[in-house]
Design a protein around this ligand. Sequence first.
Ligand code: SF4
Ligand code: SF4
Length: 675
Amino acid sequence: MSSKTAIYLCTCATNISDNLDFEEILNFASKLEDVAYVKVHKLLCSEEGKNFLSSDISKEKPERIVIAACTPKEHEKTFRNVLQKIDFNPYLFQMVNIREQVAWVTSDKSKATEKAKSYIRAAVRRVSMHEPLEKKELDCNTDVLVIGAGPAGMEASLLLAKAGRKVYLVEKNSFIGGRVARFEDVFPKMECATCMIEPKMDEILHHENIELLTCSEVKEVLGFLGNFKVKIRKRARYVDKEKCIGCGACYEPCPMRVKNEHDYNLSERKAIYIPYTGSLPNVPIIDEEYCLRFGNKDSDTCKEALELGLITQEEYDRFAIHDCTICRDACPFDAINYDDKEELIERNVGGIIVATGFELFDPSIIKELGYGNIQEVYTSLEFERILSQTGPTNGKILMKNSKEPQSIAIIHCIGSRSKDYNNYCSSVCCLYALKFARLVEKHLPSAMVYDIYADWCIPGKDNQAFLDSVKSAKNIQFIHTSLPMNVEIKQNGDKIELYYNEISNNRRKISTDMVILCPAMIPAKDTPIISKMLGITLSNDGFFAEGHTKLAPVSTNIEGIFIAGCCQGPKDIQNSIAQGAAAAGEILSALVQGKKLELEATTAEIDKELCSGCMTCISLCPYKAIFVDTNKVAVVNEVLCKGCGTCVAACPSGAANSKHFTTEQICAEIEEVLK
Ligand code: SF4
Ligand code: SF4
């Protein structure tokens, strides 16, 4: 044991001393083996207390220090900073919690005093085994990776780029803008969505600090705040962005017609296509799955195309022999490049913002709603495309038989606020349902709208006035039910019949031409994959979990990784953009140019003699900090290790140890507590 351990006892004003016999503790602690002295102070965390500690330690020159006070969560860092400033190794210090764990929870004063004595004895033994650890410093990269180019991702990217940061904006689609870019108007002021978002999209495309990677997905992320290494898979577009001017000459003659998923299958596109008129960047992409060139005579694509009459027998034979080159031949700018290849791009960044958006709950799961079986039952996103000038009907509200509907039912809360599906409110459905009603009124003034709702969720300063104005429209009837999702929808001839329970529980029926369902916003499909890749946790509903619901809404459990927009939970455009801005602000304050990052000193280490090379630790380390060396034993990368101790607990050979939390140190501490 060390011969000079100093103990400082804090009374925490009277918070601790009221419930403990300090005289007895002082007596006991002074007599512990190798304790040089024990001193009492009334508030060690105060400025006066910190000054006392500095000058007393400098004068007395103890070798190790125990401070018995409040929880280490509150002031361990405070005291370590004091020690660091006077060049005392902060790891030769142990803190004992005699407030939350003793004085505040043990009402019997004599029992509390005994408990405090045993904790102090354990700390003295433990600190005698501590090693003086050194913190290392590392340069910090201030570039940023943003995943997802919807409203939140674009906002974050632009703010960072304007602040002089290099941004890598990765978007899995061939275009940017997310779903909003495909909307017609947005609530409550009925502004044109495209006019609103296009200037931002344009800035993204032309900002010198933004490298936009469309058709791309992040495949691997290693590292930590200030030093992430990222691998991005970029799919081949087969069209040279530098040469293409977006004239569209290539996709018109392409013989392959397929359903356009970007119009939710309500329109067709070619195998070479842009998803919708006005999408940016205005450069087509070749869909390998449907392009005849990438198929062959026996492929399902070619056979199906022949069977469906999409190509003639002659074309079938010609493509099989010569391969299709129609789009290349049609392009006046030699922009089509069939030799384009997938790339694996590597980038180093200091911070990451995840803004991967949402998906809609699939209403076909609820059979009674008829979605997928009854032709004129649509989801809200499908109806957004029907309303859009760039959509399948050029903004005209038409049924599949090209006639205008005379009546439309809009049903709220499909798969939301339900224990069976999603037990949360999607927060925007009421407002966009009102927007739909307003747009139907504008485009089809004589049509009747039935708005079937349960409760109104319309927070925000302009939204109540919007509800009031829509409520005053004469052709819009609001139907209050307890659970809109329980509506039963049936086809009856040309009409659709809706059976529902009024709030009074009376069964009613209405007959309409068209039905719009407002399904819950749910996490995007790749959310669990991204969560695993980045090590960021999910909340119970499957969205990315924020650091704290109120205090850290865009942080995650991993330092340097932030979330923004609907990947964190359902929200409107305004709130998505606010979160994008907040995430950019977090990165700007965390990653300052020229500032060094401090590395964790309490990392894990592996005893080469004991390691059997089983690799258990490698698969479990959440920071991917362990690798196997040439001798087939595990080695910890101290730069990546955060000292979480997962490997220590998991190693079947007992080869992994955590500095500052060694098995010997912990066992010695427990032994003293139990004496
Ligand atoms: S190669 Fe032929 S099938 Fe493929 S995209 Fe071009 S035109 Fe269409
Ligand atoms: S024809 Fe050529 S320039 Fe025109 S959109 Fe197609 S690839 Fe671009």
